[in-house]
Design a binder for this molecule. Sequence first.
Ligand SMILES: O=C(O)CCC(=O)C(=O)O
Ligand SMILES: [Fe+2]
Length: 290
Amino acid sequence: MPIEHVPAATGPAEVQKILARDGCVVIDRLVDPVLMDAIREETAPYMEACPTGADDFGGRATKRVGALVARSESAREVVMNPLVLGTAKRVMAQVASFQIHLTQIIAIGPGQEAQPIHRDQWAFDFFPFPKGYEVQCNTIWAMDDFTEVNGATRVIPGSNHYDDKLQFSHDATECAEMEKGSVFLYTGSVYHGGGANQSDAVRMGLNITYNLGFLRQEENQYLSCPKEIAATLPEDLLRLMGYQMGAYALGYIDDIRDPIEAVRPGTSKRGALFGDSEAMQEKAREQLAG
Ligand SMILES: O=C(O)CCC(=O)C(=O)O
Ligand SMILES: [Fe+2]
């Protein structure tokens, strides 16, 4: 089944309808490509300083730059895109509110192999959400033209209806080719992954995702306890408050750093990247093996 493309003038109800059916859709040329260039410029120093991924899922030739609300004024405009927000509200209509899940420029470098095909909702420690109960509405904006050769996102349209924890090769996928300024929308339930970059240029995508408002702690520990007090607390208490990874990729700060680094620089067990990356990847493999 091919990926459906719709024009920028499409309404949110129509976009949500396609997402419910296919789990994905491309909205062609939704914003002026100049906005993508502005984000690239505003984040260039962070991209320069960002390390490449620590494992195969993150991508060893891939950089992931986050904290975009803080770092890029132009990214804020994209986060607040009315058609995307209108669609997200409909995709997650079963709950009182939704929120930003992550903001991240994914820069896939030349030679990067294809990312394993996955569901983004596996981030929630592989919790088996019921079919049809969407916990995320996700976007990848093309900051470059996305082509099969430079690593455009791969997806299996309709796989939002499949069983959980399945494994696929890239032969089963379609390629989300699109022009710069277009956006690929996809649910947390659709199987997809970054493509292999066989070109000699970096492929930049702007991944902005939204999730259910209730996926959080009841008392907000980060705001209830001032940072000056947090700095005086023992590490095990800090981790219990939430200054730790909740699962493989849950709760990181900025460029995929362990949140304990915000209060205790140098405390992360494996440098700054993905605190317990190997242990959490191992757990993810176990989960997939059933
Ligand atoms: O960069 C892409 O095209 C997709 C990346 C992705 O799916 C992810 O990192 O979860
Ligand atoms: Fe993903």
